[in-house]
Each structure stands twice: as C-alpha cells, then as structure tokens.
Design a protein around this ligand. Structure first.
Ligand code: ADP
Ligand code: GN1
Ligand code: MG
Length: 359
C-alpha cells in the first residue's frame, strides 16, 4: 500500500484540516488500521481497511456501528470520547470502496491507552466496568442489527464449519493433529448443551460487542479509568455472557494469547475476580438467574471456541487470522487450550466468586 494510495483514499472522507501523515497502528488480527495525523487543531482520525473476506457485508456492518454509536452518544456526558464517532465519505456513504477493498474512518480518540494484557486488578476491574456499561447503554436499543458474521459465537455453527474443515483437510495437516483435534471433540457435547440454553431462550440475548479482548477497550490516560469499547465490527445480538467470557480469556490469562511457553499460561483468579467485580457493578441488577448461573462457564465456552477457531484456521491453511510465522495458529491453539484446562481446574472457584459478587 503506497503512501499516495492511502492519501487518495483518506481524501475521499469528509476530514477537517490538512493531512500531515498516515501511519500503521495497532496489531489487530483482522483489519488494517492507520492513524491519520492532521496539521494544527484539526482532529486526528483512524482509517481502517475492513477485512472483506471476514466481513462480507461491510456497508451493513457500518450501518450497525453508526446506529449503536448514535444510541450511546445520546446518553453519555462526552459523546466524542465515550464511543467511536463514524466519519462519512464525501459522497455521504459510511465507507469508501476502492478496488474491492472497503475503507472506513472514525475519529482518533486522543489521550487514551490500550493494552494487550492486564497488568493490575484495577485495570481488569475497569475493563469489566467498560463492557458492563457498554451493554447497559445498549439494553434499550431496539432496532434490528445486521448479522455481520454468521453464527459468530454459535458453537453449533462453528462445529458445522469445523466438520467441513476437518473433512476437507485443505492444508494436509489433519493427520498430524490427532491430539489437538481430540481436545475439541472431547468437549463437543458440553459446549452444544450450553448453547442449547441460548437457543431455547433459557439464557436471553441482548445487543453485545462480541470481541471484548482487552485491546478493544480504550482507557483514559490521565485517570486510568475505562473510556469506551472500540472495534465495533461485531456488534450484534447474542448472549451477554460471551462478552464476559471473551474478556476473561484475555484479562485473566497470566501469559500471552500466543505464548510458546505454556508454563506462563494460567487463569489468574485475582484478575477473574477483579473483572467480574467491575462487570457485575454495572450488570448485577438486570441479569437473570440463568445468566448468573452460567457467567463463569462463559469463560470456558469462549476459550474453547477460540481453541476451535485457531485450530480450524490452521487446518484450513491460515486463511482467517493474520499470522506472524507458519505455526502461529497452532501455537495460539495450544496456548488457549492450556488456558482452558486451567479454567476447568479452577471452575468451582470461579463459580464461588460469581455467587459472592452477585449478592
Ligand atoms: P482490529 O479489528 O484489527 O482489531 P481495532 O479496531 O481493534 O482493529 O483497532 C486496532 C487498534 O487501534 C486498537 O487496539 C487501538 O489501540 C487502536 N484504535 C482503534 N480505534 C481507535 C480510536 N478511535 N482511537 C484511538 N485508538 C484507536
Ligand atoms: C480477532 O479483530 P481482533 O483482533 O480484535 C477476532 C476475535 C478473536 C480474536 C482473537 C472479527 O479480534 O473474534 O477472538 O481475534 N475478530 C474477528 O485474538 O474474528
Ligand atoms: Mg481489535
């Protein structure tokens, strides 16, 4: 991507001021993100090439993001900082299409920090407050949302994809993965049983974020307090539990998501407690008993789903996630599996903490 190309795309958006530079930012696994710096007092911007292979309907996704952020803006004290602000193209569209790529822009939120891991219980508490508040602000959102990725956290759908991937064996790797495939298969029943509670309405659905790992939250630099949830590409209707579980997967992992040294990877009960405390401070009053009963399990569910998704991508030949080296998805699979085992071992403690904090 040449600088001229990036500039010509950026100039198709309705930006204030004169562009001074456009530089890559962040390490998301899906989109390509750039920060546009402008001269003088004009705001800076985030420019993203949305991954069209992952998101088949980018216009529909941008409609979701606009609707949800407008809903939040009407309720918060600082609408330009407490959620994303979508910037339209000069032709009024929410995106620019260029040679099959879809680009979108939002305001850069300055004086913020983002993290790849939680280094203190205070940060985990704030993260929990952030997602709990995000869900609470959207609890009365009543417009239909486009399903940006079909069956995103629906494990029945994921198992259908999994069965097809294993049967196709596109990269010829299945024979060498008997042990790892066994990890997934041995948990098929319990995961489907959990999901059937969502399907039969025992566990309700709400507007949810669906990608709540720590790097998708911005914290206010001066105060350290949570500011907002970003990366709203997957905002859809699902169970709120998934947002909790997905966050625990990153905040409460003592190692990295792709740690090669499995000894580093354990569930931190301290971080679990802190995140749950923050989340429940916003959600406790409105959660149903079934949601509380399954809250701790959601961490196992989403971590399992991530084992399946990383391994499935490895089986497919690394088509979905950005990878830094050939075995990256397998390393991620093993590290997430180690975390899952740690959660399984400490599940009774997790449940006891939720019961205590839910009172
Ligand atoms: P991806 O979908 O690839 O994960 P994200 O939307 O999460 O992309 O953006 C990647 C990173 O860029 C974030 O983790 C955050 O650090 C930074 N970022 C994204 N949007 C903003 C914004 N509006 N203001 C400030 N930083 C942002
Ligand atoms: C992706 O976009 P990013 O990097 O925040 C993925 C999540 C995974 C995560 C694993 C749209 O998140 O579902 O949990 O990687 N997003 C999508 O780190 O698939
Ligand atoms: Mg992200």
């Amino acid at each position: 991507m040449t600088d001229e190309k990036l500039l010509s795309i950026a100039e198709r958006f309705d930006l204030e001021g004169t562009i001074a530079s456009i530089k890559p930012l962040g390490e998301g696994f899906i989109n390509d993100t750039f920060v546009i710096r402008t001269e003088g007092d004009a705001p800076d911007y985030i420019l993203q090439r949305k991954n069209h292979a992952v998101f088949p309907d980018v216009p529909g996704m941008m409609e979701n993001i606009l609707a949800v952020t407008e809903h939040i803006k009407a309720k918060v004290a600082d609408p330009l900082r407490e959620t994303l602000t979508v910037v339209r193209a000069r032709d009024g569209k929410l995106y620019v299409e260029d040679e099959g790529n879809f680009w979108a822009v939002c305001l850069f939120i300055a004086d913020t920090s983002s993290f790849d891991r939680a280094d203190s219980p205070e940060l985990a508490y704030q993260g929990g407050v952030g997602i709990g508040r995000f869900q609470a602000l959207l609890a009365d959102f009543d417009k239909p949302l486009n399903e940006t990725i079909k069956g995103f956290h629906n494990i029945r759908h994921r198992f259908a994809q999994w069965d097809a991937a294993v049967a196709a064996d596109a990269a010829g790797r299945v024979a060498s993965l008997a042990e790892e495939i066994g990890w997934v298969e041995s948990r098929r029943r319990e995961m489907l049983d959990f999901w059937s509670l969502v399907e039969d309405g025992t566990i309700p659905t709400h507007v949810t974020h669906n990608d709540t790992k720590i790097s998708n939250i911005l914290f206010d630099k001066p105060t350290g307090k949570v500011l907002c949830a970003i990366d709203l590409d997957t905002v859809m209707s699902s169970t709120s539990l998934n947002d909790f579980g997905d966050a625990i997967r990153s905040y409460a992992n003592t190692g990295a998501e792709d740690d090669r040294d499995l000894d580093n990877v354990e569930l931190s009960i301290e971080m679990f407690r802190a995140y749950a405390d923050g989340y429940l401070s916003q959600q406790r009053a409105t959660m149903t008993q079934s949601e509380l009963d399954w809250l701790a399990f959601s961490a196992r569910y989403i971590t399992f789903e991530q084992v399946l998704r990383f391994l499935m991508d490895y089986i497919d030949g690394d088509k979905y996630y950005k990878t830094a080296y050939p075995e990256h998805n397998l390393v991620r699979t093993r590290a997430q599996y180690k975390l899952l085992q740690s959660m399984e071992r400490r599940y009774d403690e997790m449940c006891a903490i939720v019961r205590e904090l839910a009172k």
